[in-house]
Design a protein around this ligand. Structure first.
Ligand code: ZN
Length: 290
């Protein structure tokens, strides 16, 4: 997966799309909580995709804005590259292939605290992957995952594992982060937008420059073959599934109405798309330029 790099501009801001590889996800009864495996298989078949396994891809981006290099989300990390034999955790290799020195990244913006977004903050040996970077995190996401009371009340399994993983990652960084609030400009031309449901503090971004706009959705919609046509389906990875579904509809209705292009972390590369209404849901049309 090395070498996948895609560049385009939003006004004066340059967007570089990279890939952190992929993971094959089994098609089974665990993936959706309010629809069956047969429904899931039908949706995949309708999109021309295999029905036994789904490919989950990761597309972090770097913005060049205001003289700074800003990385949005960090992928699965180099430890995952070794474990997965190079299937994922390839962001650092792809940054190098794009001519971007990871030690020259000025700012890292985290959208939410799931492992495929934060684990790349660390090298395999636990050292900092972006030694010079200020690390910006959503204030409500930080508050939730760093709260010992919330951790003690977490349901066993995915939630306790996420708490442990977030403590591991951010403790290795000495918990040195800068928190940001929604509806504020966090780096030049980029405003944080609250899109909760996937996690408590899940955040998207509006990039605006020279009269042009781009919506960076993070994980508002995961697999586009599944959650675009069926936005009300509940994925196992959504912390508050009804809220995630409501957010998905609200955001996608807005993208359709305002004709805004959207960059999606789990969209197929280059992960840039326009949304249209289709049936009771939406269609994600992936494209290569604005
Ligand atoms: Zn994700």
């Amino acid at each position: 997966m090395a070498g996948d790099v895609h560049r385009y501009k939003v006004g004066d801001i340059e967007v570089t799309v990279l890939t952190d590889g992929f993971r094959m996800v089994p098609v089974d009864g665990n993936y959706l909580s309010n629809a069956g495996v047969d429904d899931l298989q039908k949706a995949l078949a309708a999109a021309g995709q295999p029905t036994d396994k789904m490919k989950n891809t990761y597309a972090p981006i770097v913005l060049s804005t205001g003289g700074k290099r800003v990385l949005f989300d960090t992928g699965n990390g180099e430890a995952a590259a070794a474990q997965s034999k190079g299937e994922r955790g390839t962001l650092n290799a792809n940054l190098a292939a794009a001519g971007i020195d990871r030690s020259a990244i000025d700012v890292v913006v985290i959208s939410h605290f799931h492992a495929d977004h934060v684990n790349g903050l660390l090298m395999a040996d636990g050292g900092r992957a972006f030694p010079k970077a200020e690390i910006l995190v959503p204030e409500n996401e930080w508050k939730f995952w760093m709260d010992d009371g919330e951790m003690s009340r977490a349901s066993k399994g995915r939630m306790t594992e996420l708490f442990a993983n977030n403590r591991r990652v951010f403790d290795a960084l000495g918990r040195k982060v800068t928190t940001y609030a929604w509806d504020k400009e966090i780096v030049p031309g980029v405003t944080a937008v609250g899109t909760p449901g996937h996690s408590i503090g899940h955040t998207s971004f509006i990039v605006a420059s020279g009269g042009k706009k781009l919506f960076v959705q993070s994980d508002v919609c995961n697999n586009v073959a599944v959650f675009a046509p069926y936005p009300d389906w509940h994925g196992f990875f959504d912390q508050d599934p009804p809220k995630a579904a409501a957010t998905r509809r609200k955001v996608y209705d807005m993208l359709v109405t305002e004709k805004l292009p959207v960059q999606g972390y789990h969209f197929p590369f280059p992960a840039l798309a326009r949304i249209e209404k289709q049936g009771g849901g939406y269609r994600v049309n992936v494209m290569s330029s604005l």
